[in-house]
Design a protein around this ligand. Structure first.
Ligand SMILES: CSC[C@@H](O)[C@@H](O)C(=O)COP(=O)(O)O
Length: 335
């Protein structure tokens, strides 16, 4: 991992997370003691970012399983599924969450008895986290090869260690290029409404001493047209078989602007974000969050009372706009 902070750490009977809603002002750690608290942490974005959500959900299920007292195997499995469904219901868009739940379901169901199931569920959760860390390490390595000395790179949302529990996806690539001594410049979008760019990406880039400038989302077109931007690189929440990619709201606009200005547009994502069942992005469920996140900033109302606001948290970029996918197994074009 890159940062000297812990995104998600399993403590044996609790889950330690950094509260991402309090960053950058406060570096606060929370110890979550049951699966309801983990579900709340995911819903409230204390832990966020597709791979980190998957890892947290997996350990959330482990916590839920630790509290099941029944010695009857059938009853144990019934209660297991109630726990797993609560975690699966927290956020709808990131594939990693459902990948984690499906893997733990398979581990629970394959076990011949309760003790074997408990052990297999914990082992699978730990494996998922280890795989995410390793995948993001490889993504950072492979992606950094694409970046040239002197490049300016635009990125969106937060895709660093905070979002992955590992090295980061898009931001991992950027940090690795900087570590290799490439003299890069980053343009980081603030990412309204919750400002994952302004709060979290700026915090992580600052910690890594990567030269960057923060811009508002609406400045992206200006910089892509007027400034020399060599590459846009973002993460992903779910990728369909044809390459259609759901990511933080605003990604689609960036991809279109990048295409209009002939700037390569890359997605960096581990294989856990690819949805093997989904032919196109049309069926990706887009999370609709509270309009208060749009009408308010820092808890203060900025819009008049009594108005309607929309708040889709993600959008889908058609695969045709994506120059390449940086994954742990290589850089490829889809389909
Ligand atoms: C490696 S993280 C990729 C995505 O999960 C990230 O870009 C993103 O959209 C996160 O959204 P968030 O709502 O903050 O969970």
């Amino acid at each position: 991992m890159t940062g000297n902070y812990k995104t998600v750490e399993w403590l044996g009977d609790r889950l330690l997370i950094i509260d991402q809603t309090r960053l950058p002002q406060h570096e606060t750690y929370l110890e979550l003691a049951d699966h309801h608290q983990v579900a709340e942490a995911i819903r409230s974005l204390w832990v966020r970012g597709a791979p980190a959500i998957g890892v947290a959900a997996a350990y959330g299920i482990v916590l839920g399983v630790q509290k099941i007292e029944s010695r009857d195997h059938k009853e144990f499995l019934k209660q297991y599924h109630t726990v797993a469904e609560e975690l699966a219901g927290t956020r709808p868009t990131a594939r990693n969450l459902f990948m984690a739940v499906e893997r733990l379901n398979a581990a629970a169901e394959a076990a011949a008895d309760i003790l074997t199931a408990r052990n297999a569920i914990l082992a699978e959760a730990e494996k998922i986290q280890a795989e995410e860390i390793e995948a993001t390490r490889k993504i950072a390595e492979l992606g950094a090869d694409l970046i040239n000395d002197g490049d300016t790179i635009m990125t969106h949302c937060n895709t660093g260690p905070l979002a992955t529990t590992g090295y980061g996806t898009a931001l991992g690539v950027i940090i690795e290029a900087h570590r290799r001594g490439k003299r890069i410049q980053v343009l980081a979008t603030e990412t309204r409404p919750l400002c994952q760019g302004a709060r979290l990406t700026a915090w992580e880039l600052k910690k890594e001493h990567v030269p960057f400038r923060l811009i508002t989302d609406s400045m992206a077109g200006y910089f892509l047209k007027e400034a020399r931007v060599d590459m846009v690189i973002t993460g992903a929440d779910r990728i369909a078989k044809n390459g259609d990619t759901a990511n933080k709201i605003g990604t689609y606009g960036l991809a279109v602007l990048a295409a209009a200005n002939k700037v390569p547009f890359y997605i960096a994502a581990p294989s856990s974000t690819f949805d093997p069942e989904l032919p196109t992005g049309d069926d990706i469920i887009i999370e609709e969050r509270s309009p208060d996140e749009v009408t308010h900033q820092n808890g203060k109302r900025v819009a008049p009372e009594g108005i309607e606001a929309c708040n889709p948290a993600f959008d889908v970029t058609p695969g045709g706009y994506i120059t390449g996918f940086i994954t742990e197994t290589g850089i490829r074009k889809l389909p």
